[in-house]
Design a protein around this ligand. Sequence first.
Ligand SMILES: [Zn+2]
Length: 353
Amino acid sequence: MRSRLSLPCFPLAWAAAALLLAGLPLSAAAWSGLQHVQINKAAGRNVPQEMGAFRPFSRAMAFPGIYPDLWKEADDSETPRHYFEPDRLPPQTDIRELSPVLADAFAQMGQTYEDIGIAPWTITDLLSQMTEAMRTNDWLWAARCGATLGHYVADLHMPLHCTRNYNGQETWQVGIHERIETDMTKAFFRANLMNPAPAAYIENPFREIMEWTAHSASLAPGILNADTIAKRSANGRVDTERYYAKLWELTGDTINRQIEDAVSHLSSLWYTAWVDAGKPAIPAPFEELPTPSVHSNVDIPLWEAEAPPAASARSRQNRTYKLIIWSVMGFFAFLAVASAIHRGIQTRKAKEQ
Ligand SMILES: [Zn+2]
């Protein structure tokens, strides 16, 4: 049983949420903060009628759907919880057959957490905690675990969280991750048009989560291909309206369906936790949930005196990309200045002659 945490300063949580919704750039972030909020909120409304008393919890559980992306900045162990990349395994691997026990699965796979990710095991762990918390009447912890696992469920429904080529870095498409899930989806996705399938009890959550992951992974090549086509149709530019309109035309149906599935699957997990807990009576909802990590208890670091966050492999990789981009830009700037000076000297010489 976990000790209860004192409630932190909630205006800070709202400020954090506001910054995220405004598009605060985060390394390796998932759906934009807005989509995480929408998915958690819609999942709360999507639980079956017999669990109807849980629906008002969706108000307090919506914003915490973005906290896991903020925890990354202060907790180096957070990042691998946001993805699982089956294409790092031999092609004949059936991921549904992997062990639901984290240590056993990683012994089977011969991978590191950071390389391949641990999202499916993180979800099942939080689901167990949510179930136990409901059974023991610890509804604050149940709500916190449920809101947090909502983030990882949403991430796994984003196809680029299920491939090693997650940012197009292997196919000269660097930046596709943010273009598709943040820039495009935030601009075009309409939550009010969502029509998720009703929630249903899940017999074997780990196997089901791996099914969702395998399906999401199967969509990744299509997303990457759409980027290539959209870029071509926009004369090689990826920062134009034409590029984003074409990208949405090619991927919008997939993105809409994946977000709807995330809502349906998340509400199914919450319903499963409640059924497995013995359908306990549901109390009045909370106004808000605390901000610290449910894994490590580190808090959102936004307003702390800024020590730079410890570098994960991905943030190091992002920095490497930035370094390369700045080096190339610096080189061209140097060439431009050198050629201007050279032209100036030539002109002065010509005048002197
Ligand atoms: Zn995430």
